[in-house]
Design a protein around this ligand. Structure first.
Ligand code: M6R
Length: 612
């Protein structure tokens, strides 16, 4: 969603802002803009990409060592030049960029209109900058204080950066419900919605907490206050992010790079967390709350999108191995449906970004009811990782492609480890199976490497299906969430309609769709309901559907029936989701590329959904 970058220091701000906006492109956006303070306050903004903004600003005055930049993902008001950020106050002294939603913008706007304010855009953000102007004018306050007072009247979520032409040596930032990080360099400061625009300049960062206001003034230390006007001591942390992780490294797209990084990201997510010989599994981050998990009457997993699919694999794993009842909830439904939660429940939130608004809200609801909360996040220091009682990071590294790939397999890896640890502690798994699973787990990164060798075959298959309008994905048991995830990958990046279904459910409706035009991807690996899946394949063939089967290497039965066969290495049934997901990721990738789609930044999508 919207991206924020701001700079104040001794260098020209414009190139830093443009580079920063490019780093933020992965979040998804539809317009971009910047504002620079020099003799006055220049604002340049337009619909489209950062390159369109550069073209628009070309030849204009882009001088200045203080500036703010924004990529907008439209919520209030269509994507156009006027609604793009920055927005200015009526007197044009202030400029603001904003990520989030001001929920009471309508009533604020009505009030401000009565006081003579005139608005140009349809956005909630413009209302906020007029409100700050109003406070500044009526109460004669310095910018930081005017921002603080204005924010006390705001309901909603925000991460903002504000400039004032009358106070040209300062940037004010503030956040609530949307992430914001401050970078501290030598004689310079950065402000951004995530660390990607900052990493090449400094490793010293401060993650702002909700309702904190930061003042970045040239020649002074970082100053932070809370909304109650109390001064706080900034907690400076070292950034654990490397620049190479944000580059494509020779691949055509981030998505392809991230698919091929999976042997490493899975190994990194396992590293130091188990030993085959000693039979020890441990997740350090949750050790203090482990007993809560071991004795939980129920575990509730909350997540969205791909992370929800990982949660579904988690349900199968934890129930199968640890014998604890699990419910998997869409965070957006859970938070509003008055769910029954109590102190004996453990709620696990799964989120790559750790910033998904619905997941965060679901977690806060669970906390308020006394449940123990655990996070499985990829982004270190993210909001979800900070509000949970404990958690385990997935060590997938930055995921830039909007379509989640390596984050999904890393989430499943952590869930496997968690299920095994709980199962061992509860004595619900026979020792022999436990050791067998650890041995199989150790082999997984190599097996993913093997699976990636199917890429050229998958590319070849993709050519034949790139123009179809619909796809069906079928799987049973552990492979049902894989079918859902395969379908999501295809639809989000290729814009082909795709549905994932439990294979046996096909007879209850989707079978009506099958004809010679319909490709059906079936995950038909050898363990767990194999014969039943074969019957489902036969049902599709009888209706002339085209079968693309993901099978265990050496399989002959499915291979004879299917139109195309993609083999994956043999492993435990519970570990198959990791291997089976890889060819499905590749299938969606190649089809999307062949259709000329923007694979890394699909239309309408944002990498991290920070508004509900
Ligand atoms: O950051 P999160 O894991 O919380 O994001 C949740 C979904 O928005 C995300 O998984 C989305 O479905 C994927 N980008 C799809 O590939």
């Amino acid at each position: 969603m919207c991206g924020i970058v701001a700079y104040i220091g001794n260098k020209e701000a414009y190139p830093i802002l443009i580079k920063g906006l490019r780093r933020l492109e992965y979040r998804g956006y539809d317009s971009a803009g910047i504002s620079l303070v020099n003799a006055g306050l220049n604002v340049y903004k337009c619909k489209g990409k950062v390159s369109d903004l550069e073209a628009f600003a070309s030849g204009k005055d882009v001088s200045g060592v203080v500036g703010i930049g924004h990529t907008r993902w439209a919520t209030h008001g269509e994507p156009n030049d006027v609604n793009a950020h920055p927005h200015q106050s009526g007197n044009e002294h202030l400029a603001i960029i904003h990520n989030g939603i001001i929920e009471n913008y309508d009533s604020l706007k009505t009030e401000l209109k009565k006081r003579g304010h005139v608005f140009k855009s349809d956005t909630d953000t413009e209302v906020l900058v007029h409100l700050i102007e109003d406070v500044q004018a009526n109460e004669d306050l310095p910018l930081a204080e005017a921002v603080r007072v204005a924010l006390t009247q705001v309901v909603g979520a925000y991460a903002i950066a504000v400039l004032d032409r009358n106070d040209p040596n300062v940037i004010i930032g503030a956040k609530k419900g949307s992430p914001m990080v401050v970078g501290i360099g030598k004689g310079e400061f950065f402000l951004a919605s995530d660390a990607t625009p900052i990493v090449e300049y400094t490793k010293e960062v401060v993650y702002l907490e909700d309702e904190q206001i930061v003042e970045l003034r040239l020649g002074q230390e970082v100053r932070i206050k809370n909304i109650e006007n109390e001064t706080l001591t900034p907690y400076i942390q070292e950034l654990e992010l490397h620049l190479e992780a944000l580059e494509k490294g020779g691949y055509d797209h981030f998505m392809l790079k991230e698919i091929f990084e999976q042997p490493k990201s899975i190994a990194d997510s396992m590293r130091g967390r188990f030993h085959v010989e000693s039979g020890d599994v441990s997740l350090g981050g949750i050790i203090d709350y482990e007993q809560k998990l071991v004795s939980a009457k129920r575990i509730i997993i909350v997540a969205c999108g791909t992370s929800w699919h990982a949660g579904l694999v988690g349900e199968y794993l934890i129930e199968d191995l640890a014998r604890i009842p699990v419910e998997v909830e869409y965070a957006s439904e859970f938070r509003y449906r008055n769910p029954i939660i109590n102190e004996e429940d453990v709620v696990i939130a799964i989120s790559q970004s750790g910033e998904t608004a619905d997941t965060l809200a679901a977690l806060e609801l669970a906390k308020s009811k006394g449940a123990t909360t655990i996070g499985i996040c990829n982004v270190v220091g993210s909001s979800i990782s900070r509000v949970t009682d404990a958690g385990s990071y997935t060590h997938a590294g930055p995921e830039i492609g909007v379509a989640s790939t390596k984050a999904f397999t890393a989430q499943v890896t952590v869930l496997i480890l968690m299920a095994l640890r709980l199962a061992h502690k509860r004595g619900s798994i026979p020792e022999s199976r436990f050791h067998q699973m650890l041995a199989s787990l150790e082999k997984l990164p190599k097996q993913v490497e093997e699976t990636l060798k199917t890429a050229s075959l998958v590319e070849h298959i993709s050519k034949q299906y790139k123009d179809v309008r619909n796809f069906l994905y079928l799987g049973r048991g552990y492979n049902f969430p894989v079918a859902l995830e395969g379908a999501l990958k295809l639809k989000e990046i290729s814009y082909i309609h795709a549905e994932g279904y439990p294979a046996a459910e096909m007879k209850h409706g989707p079978i009506a769709l099958i004809d010679e035009e319909m490709p059906v991807v079936v995950i038909a690996t050898s363990k767990g309901n194999y014969e039943k899946v074969i019957s489902n394949i036969q049902e599709v063939k009888a209706r002339k559907g085209k079968i693309i089967a993901i099978v265990t290497e050496g399989d002959v039965t499915a291979a004879e029936l299917a139109d195309h066969v993609i083999e994956i290495p043999d492993t435990e049934e519970a570990l198959v989701p990791i291997l089976a997901s890889v060819p499905l990721q590749l299938l969606s990738y190649y089809i999307a590329v062949m259709r000329g789609c923007n694979v890394d930044q699909p239309r309408n999508l944002a990498k991290s959904v920070t508004v509900e």
